[in-house]
Design a protein around this ligand. Sequence first.
Ligand SMILES: C[S@@+](CC[C@H](N)C(=O)[O-])C[C@H]1O[C@@H](n2cnc3c(N)ncnc32)[C@H](O)[C@@H]1O
Length: 311
Amino acid sequence: MQTEVKQPTTSEWNRKKVSVGIENHYRSSNTVTLFNGDCMDLLGEIPDEEAMLVVTSPPYNLGKEYERVLEIDRYLAQQKKVIEECVRILHPMGSICWEVGNYVNNGEIIPLDILLYSIFHDLDLHLRNRIIWHFEHGLHCSKRLSGRYEVILWFTKSDDYKFNLDPIRIPQKYPGKKYFKGPKTGQYSCNPNGKNPGDLWVIPNVKHNHVEKTVHPCQYPVGLIERLVLSMTEEGDLVFDPFMGVGTTAVAAVLNNRRPAGAEIRGDYYDIAVDRIKKASTGELRTRPMDKEVYRPPKKSKLAINPFMES
Ligand SMILES: C[S@@+](CC[C@H](N)C(=O)[O-])C[C@H]1O[C@@H](n2cnc3c(N)ncnc32)[C@H](O)[C@@H]1O
């Protein structure tokens, strides 16, 4: 099935004015592949070593509307099958980023990244970072501390991997700082292009008043994935997501002229993903900019003033 036929040329990509062609089956020449079905079926169509980046947030086994809760061993066995296929399609210089939270069982939390680590390790992948994604909103717990982070496990297939820090540098804290001793005394000491963003990323999660919010209960933000896409791939590279949801990975890839491919088993999410990808390709999709500061209400705003304290 094809939902749009027109394939953009590179200059059209740059103008971001045409809607991209979205193919339901994989071919290396596709600009965007979005399969409505089980990811294992789509993975079976993809040749070895095609993808420069595999990035996903898999079902967390939490009993969300799109998943059935499984015994943890069965869940891990299912994940292992998908991960093995993702490793097969991964380019030798490529990266896999698995974004997960905690599985909760009778109030006990089970950190999925800890359970999943050995699957990747046994497949000879190399862990480069365990990125903590911190956000400030979510469920308020009464019998434990409220969960305010998830984890991205970033693995590479080899020691020779694509990684470009420059597109994801963030402003320096002290850009005016100078060397105070040695041969460079008096010169500015920090990189004028910004600093390494580190492995703790503070990016708002997609809650109800977020510009990217759709009906999906567990969307991740486009900006989170753009950081991975921009640093781990180049234009034209294939970015694969086995659990596409409402297409956030594909949006991040299309906005940066990469070729996304992925699967979503539910038709309603698939349709939203198609719509978002088309809008992203024509510049009509509203997304939160990757480096936008977290909003802090002005000290004198009504919301920031504590009504229970006397002034
Ligand atoms: C955590 S959500 C991903 C959300 C996505 N990151 C986004 O921002 O929209 C996991 C998704 O995987 C889908 N899913 C579950 N099993 C699947 C399978 N075997 N193949 C493809 N998609 C599947 C679910 O329907 C759900 O939308």
